[in-house]
Design a protein around this ligand. Structure first.
Ligand code: COA
Length: 259
């Protein structure tokens, strides 16, 4: 299992631990993360959730081999039950504060999951990116709605159309992250912040999170996910995506000139 979970001192930690594949997230790992979030939600002793990765890598995003071999179905079919969609719903639905410690590169869902966390701390070595288009895909996890709202259309186009990577400092500037910390300190800092919720009244914390998220129109986000998901699923099976995935494993640049 490449997701490690532990609950200690009121904090449920979800650690992505597959360093040999740069923490790429498989179907089983999405399921484990969804289960861990739901368990944290149900456990009254848990006051906050911490999501973290490995030194130098938060996650390289969805496992590209899974994209090729076992692509999730789109909305309206079995998407509601796909582990990736279970994970998305569990994160959006988590009523307890979710804190992310971004230990390094955060690609694809590595960045889009941050849009649904409450407090985000990034290492000074972190690089964020949403390179969906260069993989022949489209944005997911309601990023097509949240990213333009956070940074405006032209910056969003840079990140989502061109897939330009950006630094932790830029993530702070555009409201995705709270602070940049030295690599060696990011997890401990995030954990200390998570532990602060032990001293706060959980009912008021939960109600305040609900109010904060209300402005973000949770319903709109939940409705956007299947719309994006249907297109995403279609694109996963497209010749453009096939070329991008094959090129990744062949360690070459994709050739989109024939499309
Ligand atoms: N899915 C599946 N395998 C992945 C992966 C992913 N998302 N990311 C990395 N890996 C694998 C590589 O295939 C490689 O496997 P190998 O050792 O069997 O050849 C191993 O992890 C190490 O990756 P590598 O690319 O050699 O490491 P790097 O340090 O040069 O680069 C990244 C790290 C994260 C920049 C690079 O791996 C990358 O761009 N990954 C893909 C990111 C992506 O497009 N994700 C999908 C977003 S929707």
């Amino acid at each position: 299992m490449s997701i490690k979970t532990a609950t200690h001192d009121g904090v449920a930690t979800i650690e992505i631990a597959r360093p040999e594949k740069k923490n790429a997230i498989t179907i089983a790992m999405y399921q484990a993360m969804a289960d861990a979030l739901n368990a944290a939600q149900a456990d009254a002793t848990v006051r906050a959730v911490l999501i973290t990765g490995q030194p130098g890598i938060f996650t390289s995003g969805n496992d590209i081999e899974d994209f090729m071999q076992r692509p999730p179905s789109g909305a309206g079919s079995d998407s509601g039950d796909s582990p990736v969609f279970q994970f998305m719903r569990a994160l959006i639905g988590c009523e307890k504060p979710v804190i992310a410690a971004v230990t390094g590169a955060a690609i694809g869902i590595g960045t889009t999951m941050l849009l649904h966390c409450d407090l985000v701390y990034v290492s000074d070595e972190a690089r964020l990116a949403m390179p969906f288009v260069s993989l022949g895909l489209v944005p997911e996890f309601a990023s097509s709605v949240i990213v333009p709202r956070l940074m405006g259309h032209v910056k969003a186009a840079e990140k989502l159309l061109l897939g330009d990577p950006f630094t932790g400092a830029e993530a702070v500037e555009c409201g995705i992250a709270n602070a940049v910390l030295p690599q060696a300190e990011v997890v401990n800092h995030a954990r200390r912040v998570a532990q602060r919720f032990n001293a706060l009244p959980p009912g008021a914390v939960g109600d305040t999170k609900k109010l904060l998220r209300r402005g973000e129109q949770t319903e709109t986000l939940l409705q956007t996910i299947p719309v994006e998901g249907a297109l995403f699923a279609e694109r996963l099976r497209s010749p453009e995506a096939r070329e991008a995935f094959t090129a990744f494993f062949q360690k070459r640049k994709p050739d989109f000139s024939k499309f």
